[in-house]
Ligand binder design. Structure first.
Ligand SMILES: Cc1ncc(COP(=O)(O)O)c(C=O)c1O
Length: 477
């Protein structure tokens, strides 16, 4: 092992690095199941650290089922797939495991991609969008040669402030908004600046899968909060805040991904109060708010925040176009300063061209007309999907907005087997376990109705149900 890897002076860090070193080699198969691992003395000499530091690392691996001890003989590699289990469950070790489960599924080439919670490109306003691009070049001839400020274009931030005040009673100044290249980047920046290894982080169960991966990467101890049709059990949320003293709670309370549930208005106000009481930041991720099929959803939790406890992330990728990659983060100045610093290390601001195009397009009347048509098109697609599933024994709660159906299959079904068979038939979906911080929810799947056109939806669902019906008895009985 390279000496500089262990250059840190803090023994906490050394201990984490030794865990990482051992796990990485077990994972790569350099040490096989039941093989003896280097002694505490040898590792301590190799890394020039105290023996207790190595001992502590071995104890943690033992606790996680990665290694076992034989009396007086030392530590041995535990057989079986315990490595990833340990990494998933342990906040320190998992800090070094960089995973992105959802993107792996998205990489599968398939004709029927129910895994993609993205808009069908044919529903995007490609035809007249080019007019706005031209307008931007006419208005700002130097735009292509100019960086944005790290915080984002001021003209756009001012326009968003006015919009948020009118729509949701946010009272903000442009200094309290940051423009990011999508909400994924915003979640990543927030995790980088606010979360340290072993910090407790509350996350909904199920949730937007990449958020789990991001907080795990920072070494957070993930504490799941169940979300149901009626929102959260606030008594339980309060208990979790009291017990775990979490740094933050990441939530997506409006047309939640993957379930489509919306947390009722009464709970939003109370949640802001509880969070303030326990000094737990609420990270409200709100990309689906405008995709409603009936009534408008309740106001964001941010609207009820009087103490700067809520950080609001609003992406526009979902319906203005992921190709533009525009989102905004609203938060109090002390956190804003940290976010700007972190973003300045990642890029030189979200591309100015994209921000200006977004500004002129988003606030146009055409955009609003387009959005109305979009809501109708998506609710029709949702109904087509529901109709295709209507004579199965699957269960779901019909969402009033968003892109996804969260579907429960009989418990006997092996979801990994169904996915493998579906991929053979050129179909993808998201297995529920990917959306679960505890990697359970094996009887659930997320199927998106937003990406395929109406005919593809009919054909694809028929095919998916066909694959399910063909499953051998041993897999669904
Ligand atoms: C809840 C949630 N947050 C964040 C994102 C990422 O959005 P963006 O494209 O703005 O990065 C998604 C995309 O599916 C999402 O569903």
């Amino acid at each position: 092992m390279k000496r500089q890897v262990l250059a840190s002076e803090q023994s906490e860090k050394l201990f984490e690095q030794i865990c990482d070193y051992l796990l990485e080699r077990i994972r790569r198969g350099e040490w096989k199941p039941h093989e003896k691992l280097p002694s505490v003395r040898a590792l301590a000499a190799q890394f020039q650290v105290h023996r207790l530091t190595v001992f502590k690392a071995y104890q943690l691996l033992k606790q996680n089922g990665n290694v076992y001890v034989k009396d007086k003989s030392g530590y041995f590699v535990q057989p079986g797939n315990k490595w990833s289990m340990g990494a998933d469950h342990d906040p320190i070790v998992s800090a070094y495991v960089q995973e992105s489960h959802l993107s792996e599924i998205h990489q599968v080439q398939a004709a029927y991609q129910f895994s993609k919670a993205l808009l069908d490109p044919n529903l995007l306003p490609n035809l007249y969008f080019s007019e706005y691009v031209k307008k931007v070049f006419d208005l700002y001839p130097k735009v292509l040669g100019t960086y944005s400020t790290t915080q984002g274009d001021e003209e756009l931030r001012e326009a968003l402030c006015r919009y948020f005040t009118e729509e949701y009673r946010f009272y903000l100044s442009p200094e309290e908004l940051l423009i990011s290249s999508g909400s994924q980047e915003a979640i990543d920046l927030i995790a980088r600046v606010l979360v340290k290894p072993r910090d407790a982080v509350l996350i909904e169960r199920p949730t937007y899968s990449p958020a789990i991966d991001v907080f795990r990467r920072e070494g957070a101890a993930i504490v799941p909060v169940e979300i149901g049709r009626d929102g959260y059990d606030l008594g339980e949320v309060e208990r979790l805040m009291k017990t775990h003293k979490p740094r933050l709670f990441y939530l997506n309370p409006t047309f939640h991904n993957p379930t489509g549930y919306t947390v009722p208005a009464e709970q939003r106000k109370r949640l802001a109060e509880i969070a303030q009481e326990y000094q737990c930041l609420l990270i409200e991720d709100d990309p689906y708010r405008d995709i409603y099929f009936g009534e408008k959803p309740p106001l964001p939790i941010f609207s009820y925040d009087t103490s700067g406890t809520v950080i609001y992330i609003r992406s526009f990728s979902k319906y203005v176009g992921p190709g533009l990659g525009i989102a905004t983060v609203a938060c109090r100045p002390s956190i804003m300063k940290l976010l700007i610093r972190a973003k300045s290390l990642a890029d030189s601001g979200t591309p100015l061209l994209n921000q200006k195009i977004f500004l002129h397009y988003f606030f146009s009347s055409r955009m609003q007309q387009h959005l109305e048509k979009l809501r109708i098109a998506l609710s029709v697609r949702k109904e087509i999907m529901e109709e295709g599933l209507s004579d199965t024994d699957w269960q779901w709660s019909s969402p009033q907005g968003g892109f996804n159906l969260w579907v429960r299959l009989p418990e006997s079904v092996r979801m990994d087997f169904l996915l493998a068979k579906s991929i053979e038939q050129s179909i993808t979906f998201v297995p529920g376990s990917i959306c679960d911080p505890q990697r359970e929810l094996d009887s659930w799947m997320r199927v998106s109705y937003s990406f395929l056109n109406e005919q593809q939806l009919r054909d694809g669902i028929k095919r998916l149900v066909g694959v399910y019906r063909e499953l051998p008895q041993s897999c669904d009985a």
